[in-house]
Design a protein around this ligand. Structure first.
Ligand SMILES: *Cc1c(COP(=O)(O)O)cnc(C)c1O
Length: 353
């Protein structure tokens, strides 16, 4: 038996998710916060064109995509580092700070990838419990020590959907020492409608230790292609770029991301439709008697405690797959109206018992 790293024994083996199907054959996937829409025809066309050239290696520097993004976001190209999905970019960020004794501070519960990436990088996780359903930024600031190398702030937070206001985030950033990297994970930025929730791109500009993580997987509907990126000052972006596995962002993903930026208006209309559905779903749940934290993301959060797995089973009867966190609660993505209706039906039935 080869000797593996001990930390790997503490990590769960991959379990493939089972498709959820109702007795009458309906199936709605509301478990992964994906876009419910099929890709735009223009994006499919760009993908088909690129497929004809996959005998060639991709552009390792993703130059055209980097240029297009830089222009769209109004940042220098040298401030962007791309990866195969923002989870991979997060892994690269861990690579930049991971050495024995290093600590990372983040809220818990938050994005489930953080503890796994920390463990893989040999970085010690310092998990700061949420206050209610929100980040406890004071406690997070107090958790920073000489050993802290990085802080993750997920805004809006996955899985609670709650978000941090500008004044609170600025006050927090002012308390973080300059030599600690702060990563604002904004995977759901395009769904934010509350003007008091800051755009990380405003906040990073005069803060060399702050960077912003974004993805094409959610609002841009490219979850299957794996493209994400970080925006940070040149030393941060350049260091992250050093950690990428060569050719990690494949050529099809690169052209699809460019095509998606070209079709952004159409994609953002879809985001508007999801935001309208989000309001309808949350109000529907509240009318049924549920407590639902305000959400600025494309999902809602129900704190169900010991009822969580029963709730997920009740949703499955309607063909709805949700994301349960046993003993804590369930995260339910906003889908198309039919899927959302099926979810509301399941939630109402569960409440009545
Ligand atoms: C979905 C999600 C991501 C995106 O991951 P990709 O690897 O880009 O698909 C990143 N951060 C959070 C908090 C997420 O929920």
């Amino acid at each position: 038996m080869p000797r593996f790293r001990a930390i790997l024994d503490t990590m769960p083996a991959y379990k493939p998710g089972k498709a959820v199907v109702s007795p009458d054959g309906r199936s709605y996937k509301l478990s992964s916060n994906e876009s419910p829409y099929e890709p735009l025809p223009s994006v499919v066309e760009a993908i088909a064109d690129a497929a004809r050239q996959i005998n060639r290696y991709p552009d390792a520097g993703a130059i055209k995509l980097t240029e297009t993004l830089a222009e769209r976001l109004g940042v220098p190209e040298s401030h962007i580092a791309l990866g195969a999905g923002s989870v991979t970019v997060a892994q690269q960020l861990f690579e930049t700070i991971g050495e024995p004794g290093a600590e990372v501070v983040y809220a818990w519960r938050s994005f489930e990838a953080y503890p796994l990436l920390a463990d893989l990088a040999g970085v010690t996780s310092v998990k700061v419990p949420l206050k209610g359903e929100e980040h406890d930024l004071d406690a997070m600031a107090e958790a920073i020590t000489d050993r802290t190398r990085m802080v993750f702030v997920c805004n809006p937070n996955n899985p609670t959907g709650t978000s941090i206001r500008r004044d609170d985030l600025v006050r927090f950033l002012d308390r973080v020492p300059d030599n600690v990297l702060v990563v604002l994970d904004e995977a759901y930025r395009e769904y934010v409608r509350d003007a008091d929730v800051p755009d990380g791109l405003e906040l990073y500009r005069d803060r060399p230790n702050v960077c912003v993580l974004r993805t094409f997987s959610k609002a841009y509907g490219l979850a299957g292609l794996r493209v994400g990126f970080v925006v940070g000052h040149e030393p941060v972006a350049a260091t992250v770029r050093k950690t990428i596995i060569p050719f990690a962002v494949n050529s099809i993903a690169q052209v699809a991301a460019i095509a998606s930026l070209k079709a952004e208006d159409e994609l953002l209309e879809r985001v508007d439709a999801v935001v309208k559905e989000r309001t309808r779903v949350r109000e529907g749940l509240i009318a049924q008697g549920w407590t639902v934290p305000p959400t600025e993301a494309n999902f809602v959060w129900l704190r169900l405690g010991d009822d969580t797995l029963d709730f997920a089973a009740a949703c499955a009867v309607e063909g709805v797959a949700v994301r349960p966190f046993a003993g804590e609660g369930a995260r339910v993505s906003i889908g198309d109206p039919e899927a959302n209706d099926a979810f509301l039906t399941a939630a109402a039935a569960f409440r009545k018992g």
